[in-house]
Design a protein around this ligand. Structure first.
Ligand SMILES: Nc1ncnc2c1ncn2[C@@H]1O[C@H](COP(=O)(O)OP(=O)(O)OP(=O)(O)O)[C@@H](O)[C@H]1O
Ligand SMILES: [Mg+2]
Length: 235
């Protein structure tokens, strides 16, 4: 999974985050699975997209909400095909887990801590054995670059289950927090494309206002750099 100086190319798409990228890259490069833990808007998806696209690895996204079921993860036999020709491999519609295993992709599960126990247990098997048995389809063996990458917000307490220790024991955790003001201003420069005489002032002010919301006593959940990007564009 190494190309021509991939670290530098990845760094070009992400402002800062040297340490987090180093840890995430070392983890996936060693064949290990990963959980990125941090509040919303702290580069989790951005880092993964940069790594997977630089390595040419498919990124398969799954939203970890309460509706996630094992069959949504694994896939299902198309009812129409089952009626006309019975259970065949061709009639199987792979879910994100099977697709990621077969294509050697990163299965990225956002809001991991919101997923119910059953689908999480399916992931345990895939993590431990690198293969799963799908009834009436057969054995699915993961390609070498298959990884499970989870993200979660540690302060999220809406509809979350406590991660079972058997799951957290199998994941390597990288904690991300907010970046400093200078990095956040650079993120705005990269993302808003603003120019003109006022752009620098708007950038600095938007970042400053958003940062103040994070420790204002009347605000429960402050804004991430997303808010600063929006504020600058609207201004
Ligand atoms: N280090 C960074 N470099 C460049 N852009 C960034 C960086 N961090 C955040 N951004 C920008 O801020 C926005 C939010 O980042 P991102 O989607 O990666 O956050 P996240 O941690 O995945 O959030 P969530 O937990 O809500 O999914 C994106 O538009 C992204 O472009
Ligand atoms: Mg995200």
């Amino acid at each position: 999974m190494t190309g021509p100086n991939p670290r530098k190319l990845i760094a070009k798409r992400v402002v800062g985050r040297e340490r987090e990228l180093e840890l995430a890259l070392a983890t996936v490069d060693s064949g290990r699975d990963l959980v990125l833990e941090g509040p919303p808007g702290t580069s989790k998806t951005t880092m993964l997209k940069a790594i997977s696209s630089e390595w040419g690895i498919p990124l398969v996204l799954v939203e970890g909400n309460g509706d996630l079921t094992p069959s949504k993860l694994i896939g299902y036999h198309s009812p129409a095909r089952v009626l006309s020709e019975g259970y065949t491999a061709d009639g199987f519609v792979p879910g994100p887990l099977v697709a990621a295993m077969q294509r050697g992709g990163f299965l990225y599960i956002e809001e991991f801590n919101r997923a119910p126990e059953d689908p999480l247990n399916v992931l345990l098997t895939a993590m431990a054995d690198r293969e799963i048995e799908v009834p009436r389809y057969g054995r699915v063996v993961a390609s070498a670059t298959f990884r499970i990458i989870a993200s979660m917000n540690p302060f999220d307490n809406v509809g979350t289950t406590r991660l079972s220790t058997s799951i957290s024991d199998r994941l390597n955790r990288v904690v991300v927090g907010y970046q400093d003001a200078e990095a956040e201003e650079n993120i705005l420069r990269m993302r808003t494309g603003l120019d003109g005489p006022l752009s620098e002032a708007i950038t600095a002010d938007s970042v400053a206002v958003c940062r103040m919301t994070r420790d204002h006593r009347d605000v429960r959940q402050g804004s991430s750099v997303r808010g600063a990007i929006d504020l600058a564009l609207i201004a």
